[in-house]
Design a protein around this ligand. Structure first.
Ligand SMILES: Nc1ncnc2c1ncn2[C@@H]1O[C@H](COP(=O)(O)OP(=O)(O)OP(=O)(O)O)[C@@H](O)[C@H]1O
Length: 954
């Protein structure tokens, strides 16, 4: 229950009543004040006894005394009462409150009257010196309360003192206390009466329980016997005591138990663990109408790690960023976007409301102290502090790691290994970003909201710090002892509601910390510029030409990753989530770090517009591909290129293209004599597909085959795929593609299913778009959240121009030619319709190395005549030797040459065959001999027969 909540409830009530009244057409009725009414309603209900009239009468008396005693304006009504709407239709609660006009002098007067009465009664009953009137009064008192008359003066003096000192129970409990007191008195008098022997004579009764004792004890003794009546009356007294003290029997037993155990220490009490116990009690007090007695907050037995130990204070940022409750600072006017300095820098023309530069603020007028909004904020803040003891503006913010990084000395930048005449465009062409914010009003507001949720749901947890990333802030929450983490995770919808976003993500725990992370999107997000990422010391100091700037993580740390380590990447996200921005960041990173000798590109852009700015850069192997068919051909070309590289690596006895390149550079590998081939280091190849879905629609089988073949083994060959799609459905990102593309980058997806397809887990559907991403590099289990780096079209243009100025692209021919279609044109006439069967037969014979006609019959389920014909066709093409009667024919083609022979049977130019092998009988025989005798020579033969697909470009 909260103070905040009670106000609306009372106002609801009050708003409904006038309607009722008006419907009856009656005038406003007198009603007791809220708390008195509540007490009067509840006390009799709880007793459920015959004491109701007595209770009511005494309640009235206490109430009246209380009212009389209460100084004007000092009534103890619940805090929220003054906030109740006091419109004309409001019930006239003030009619009962009229005695409030009494002055303190008046209840002093009543106290003196009580003292006088006490003196009279005391003088007469104790000493019999009050004269005849006094004696009459004494007799009267004795008749009513018997021996109780001896105590009455003391009670009257006590009442008088209480009146004068303004000590009285809160109004809400007055009825309860009065009833309890009456029960005790009546019970006692009854007991005295019984212990006096249940006298009948009034003279004796005056010395026993008086009329009250006789009327209570007498009938009981008569009805049940004294033995039953005595315990019954004791029970009445106990009940009265409970009413007066307001505790329950259980609490009493607990209290006694605690004392008996002798460990009154607060350790065992739940309350000692409950940081909010005092606050709860206060709130209960207020709700029940008691004055909220402020108890001193016990120091928490749990030594909480202070937030300051976790985070160095960021005084400068604190000073620069006013908290929600600080006086507004005068903000210096900034340039309008597109004017002045911003325009001179060629500032970003991309308009993005959430991340664009802050609007130039008008000089804020100093808020008057009485400002209603400021007041209500302050009240809310105080309520939160009262409940949780946490001041949002005191929660420390972590310094963004990027800021710590820049303090380190700048390492030496990389120099390209190869080109003397080509220098990659400088990152100075890119626009640097603004310094990251450490804390803003939005953060304070979110801390308040989170703290409020914990208080509302009575969860012992508190925000101990936060780190602000560009898009999202992660609030660190520490739990009290014994609090389940699930208590926080179950609160996710409420937290989302409190911070007014559905994109709250919970990390339980934050990796490496004993704290739960609550990631809340920043209402005032910041843009991450690629320039900042590429100029960060960690990127500058890294000499990998394929390192790309990805963005910034939630701790404000720059994130970069090498494409070589990916080695293939799947990028997915719904439209507008930031995929193209990422592809741009990737390409600009490569352009600013790698020469065309080091990295070559194949760009596939089925959307036709996304990658157009890169047209004509020297890194391209082929012009930007926009047709899916050509893309499919280019992927097949990549497969051949990969096979070729593997052959070269094999012949050079190296396992990675880097080692092959090193050998070429050192002159260890040379083109064989007579070969026209010039040995040059192979460049790394990156193939970027901007929309995989378009390709998969055209030729799903071929595309999937090529992708799978490349991704399975192209890592060592220096060929890398980056596949982007906005439709990560299972027909686009097939199981085979998924298993072979190990690195994933997910931008906001439109559904949980899409997130599962791309990340194999949920999460991407909760991202907030515009570059907010989850990245799983190869081998990493948990995705890392980051804000993608952004480059504007102007920056891209500047870098592309700088690259184009230095070199022309040298396109390799035939990359996008559909070789299979062309090959089909020259099919031998004698093969005719048997092409498919022949190819199957060749594959069977070559892989099994068994040239038997009956085997063909069996496996291909064909007749003898057809099997014989296929065997003859194979003989004429040098696959098998001549017939040797009933023996199987000799197989002349080795399994590793299968592809080439199939290639040739299909009718392609043998010179373009992917593997170098001469297929006329003589050469085949010679080759076999070479293989057998001299492995080294055999490999030289392979090299000599191969071609270098990228050689046209190098
Ligand atoms: N990293 C980023 N930082 C800031 N803004 C970004 C970022 N990425 C994208 N945006 C904003 O989001 C808009 C859409 O981004 P982008 O064009 O990259 O989306 P997309 O996923 O490629 O969409 P589509 O698939 O429709 O092409 C951009 O114009 C830009 O304003």
């Amino acid at each position: 229950m909260s103070v905040k909540n009670t106000a609306p409830r009372s106002s609801t009530r009050s708003s409904s009543r006038p309607a009722n009244r008006s419907s009856k057409g009656s005038t406003p009725v007198k009603r007791p004040s809220t708390s008195a009414r509540r007490a009067a309603e509840t006390a009799p209900e709880r007793t459920g006894s015959a004491f109701r009239p007595v209770g009511k009468a005494v309640t009235g008396m206490f109430s009246a005394v209380g009212d009389l005693a209460r100084p004007k304006g000092a009534e103890h009504r619940p805090k929220e009462e003054p906030e109740k709407p006091t419109t004309k239709t409001e019930e006239p609660v003030t009619t009962e409150e009229s005695p409030d006009n009494d002055s303190p002098r008046r209840h002093d007067g009543i106290a003196l009257v009580l003292l006088g009465l006490a003196a009279i009664v005391g003088a007469s009953v104790w000493m019999d010196i009050a004269g005849p009137i006094g004696a009459a009064i004494a007799t009267g008192v004795h008749v009513i309360i018997g021996a109780g008359a001896f105590v009455l003066p003391v009670v009257l003096v006590a009442l008088a003192i209480a009146l004068m000192m303004d000590i009285h129970p809160p109004r809400a409990v007055q009825g309860r206390v009065a009833l309890g007191a009456v029960l005790i008195v009546v019970g006692m008098l009854g007991l005295i009466h019984l212990f006096a022997g249940d006298p009948d004579a009034w003279a004796e009764r005056q010395q026993a329980g008086g009329a009250v004792g006789a009327f209570v004890g007498g009938p009981l003794a008569l009805g049940f016997s004294t033995f039953v009546a005595v315990p019954l009356l004791i029970l009445v007294i106990v009940y009265g005591a409970l009413r007066v003290t307001g505790i329950t029997v259980k609490e009493l037993v607990d209290l006694i138990g605690e004392h008996l155990r002798g460990d009154g220490s607060e350790k065992d009490s739940d309350e000692s663990y409950d940081e909010y116990a005092d606050v709860d009690r206060e709130l209960d007090d207020i709700a029940e109408g008691r004055s909220p007695t402020r108890r001193r907050r016990r120091p928490s037995p749990r030594p909480r790690r202070t937030p300051m130990e976790n985070y160095p204070p960021d005084e400068t940022a604190r000073a620069a960023e006013p908290s929600l409750f600080d006086e507004p600072l005068d903000v210096e006017e900034e340039d309008e976007p597109g004017t002045g300095a911003a325009a001179a820098k060629g500032a970003d023309t991309d308009t993005m409301p959430a991340v664009k530069k802050p609007e130039p603020k008008k000089p804020a007028p100093k808020q008057p102290a009485t400002d209603a909004v400021a007041n209500s904020r302050e009240q809310m803040r105080q309520a939160i502090i009262a409940r949780s003891g946490i001041d949002p503006s005191a929660v420390p913010a972590a310094t963004p790691k990027s800021e710590e990084e820049t303090e380190a000395p700048q390492p030496e930048a990389r120099k390209p290994e190869s080109s003397d005449d080509y220098t990659p465009p400088s990152t100075d062409l890119l626009i640097p970003g603004e310094a990251p914010k450490t804390r803003t009003e939005a953060n304070d507001r979110a801390i308040e909201a989170i703290t409020d949720v914990f208080a509302e749901f009575k969860v012992d947890a508190q925000v101990t710090g936060f780190s602000r990333g560009p898009t999202v802030t992660r609030y660190e929450v520490e739990l009290g002892p014994g609090v389940k983490v699930s208590k926080i995770t179950n609160l996710q919808p409420n937290l989302a509601y409190a911070v007014a976003t559905d994109n709250v993500r919970l990390l339980a725990p934050i990796p490496g910390k004993s704290a739960v992370g609550i990631e809340v999107p920043n209402a005032d997000r910041e843009m991450v510029r690629l320039a900042d990422v590429l100029n960060s010391p960690s990127v500058v100091g890294n000499h990998d030409p394929m390192l790309i700037g990805l963005g910034k993580n939630i701790e404000g740390e720059f994130v970069s990753h090498s494409i070589q380590k990916m080695p293939h990447l799947l990028v997915a996200g719904s439209t507008g989530s930031g995929k193209s921005a990422f592809v741009n960041a990737l390409l600009v990173s490569l352009l600013t770090r790698a020469t065309p000798d080091e990295v070559r590109l194949i760009l596939v852009d089925p959307k036709m517009v996304e990658l157009t700015p890169y047209e004509g850069i020297p890194h391209l192997i082929t012009p930007i591909i926009t047709q899916p068919k050509k893309a499919s051909a280019a992927l097949q070309w990549l497969v051949e290129e990969m096979e070729q590289r593997y052959l070269d690596m094999k012949s050079a006895r190296v396992r990675h293209i880097k080692d092959f390149n090193a050998k070429v550079r050192s002159g260890e590998i040379e083109a064989p004599p007579g070969s026209e081939r010039e040995m040059r280091p192979y460049p790394q190849i990156v193939c970027v597909v901007d929309e995989l879905a378009d390709l998969m629609m055209t030729a799903p089988k071929e595309i999937e085959d090529s992708i799978v073949r490349i991704t399975q083994k192209a890592r060592a060959a220096g060929i890398h795929l980056v596949l982007a799609t906005q439709r990560p459905s299972v027909d686009v990102v097939t199981g085979l593609i998924k298993t072979n593309v190990p690195s994933r980058l997910a931008f906001a997806t439109s559904s949980l299913t899409d997130s599962r397809v791309i990340l194999d887990q949920a999460g991407a559907e909760r991202l907030i778009g515009m570059g907010d991403a989850l990245f799983i590099p190869q081998g990493a289990g948990k995705p890392k959240r980051l804000q993608g780096a952004f480059v504007t079209d102007e920056e891209i243009q500047a870098v592309v121009d700088a690259a184009k100025e230095q070199a022309e692209p040298h396109y390799t021919e035939g990359v996008t030619e559909d070789k299979e279609a062309e090959a089909k044109k020259d099919i031998d006439e004698d093969i005719g319709k048997d092409m498919d069967d022949l190819l199957e037969a060749v594959e069977l014979v070559v892989t099994s190395q068994f040239g038997s006609t009956s085997m063909l019959q069996r496996k291909l389920r064909i007749g003898f005549a057809k099997a014989g014909r296929l065997m003859d066709l194979m003989e004429s093409r040098g696959v098998v030797g001549p017939s040797e009667g009933s023996k199987a024919r000799e197989v002349l083609v080795k399994p590793e040459e299968l592809e080439t022979i199939i290639w040739m049977i299909k009718g392609a130019d043998p010179a373009e065959a992917p593997k170098g092998v001469e297929l006329d009988d003589d050469t085949a025989a010679t080759n076999d001999a070479e293989h057998d005798s001299d492995g080294e020579q055999a490999e030289t033969r392979t090299v000599s027969a191969t071609y270098n697909p990228t050689s046209g470009a190098v």
